[in-house]
Design a protein around this ligand. Structure first.
Ligand code: 4NP
Length: 164
């Protein structure tokens, strides 16, 4: 019998780890639970900034996620660490500024795949998940919509890598 590939680990990263990346984590975990990869992927999120360490996701992010059946209430903000580059296989950045911050601390021997989350979507013109923090409530719906689409693409990619 061929050896099973190792179980992948994925980390979603935004600025504060209270809006976009916990939403992406919750959406991805929700979708993952309905696939044959359930229980085989480690999922986490982090922020490049330390503004909100230990805080729960923004109440607006939580309430819009709840409407889609996604519970973010147990998540707590943390800052990304250099060690994350060795313990995660995929690091998904929400926007170019987060990407630049991550590239600035990425160790040269890291094997993690560091990409813009939306770049997993074929033929997309939108590469950034817009920061909803200082905007209106519709921004949180947009974040959820984008996360749902890109999470599906990430799941498909992981299925190809792990199950084939
Ligand atoms: P996030 O949103 O990066 O999606 O968690 C933000 C949260 C907090 C701040 C900025 C963006 N802030 O400036 O405090």
């Amino acid at each position: 019998m061929p050896a099973q590939p190792a179980n992948p680990a994925v980390l979603f990263v935004c600025l504060g780890n209270i809006c976009r990346s916990p939403t992406a984590q919750g959406v991805f975990e929700h979708q993952l639970a309905q696939t044959e990869l359930a229980g085989r992927v480690r999922v986490d999120s982090a922020g490049t900034a330390a503004y909100h360490l230990g805080k729960s996701p923004d109440s607006r992010a939580q309430s819009f996620a709840t409407k889609r059946g996604i519970d973010l209430s147990s998540l707590k903000a943390r800052q990304v660490t250099v060690n994350d580059f060795y313990t995660f296989d995929w690091i998904l950045a929400m926007d170019r500024q987060n990407m630049a911050n991550l590239e600035a601390i990425r160790p040269s021997d890291s094997t993690a795949q560091l990409v813009l989350f939306l770049s997993l979507l074929p033929n997309t013109t939108q590469l950034e998940v817009p920061d909803p923090y200082f905007g209106g409530e519709e921004g949180f719906e947009t974040v959820l919509d984008l996360c749902e689409t890109a999470s599906q693409a990430l799941l498909d990619r992981l299925k190809q890598e792990v199950l084939n």
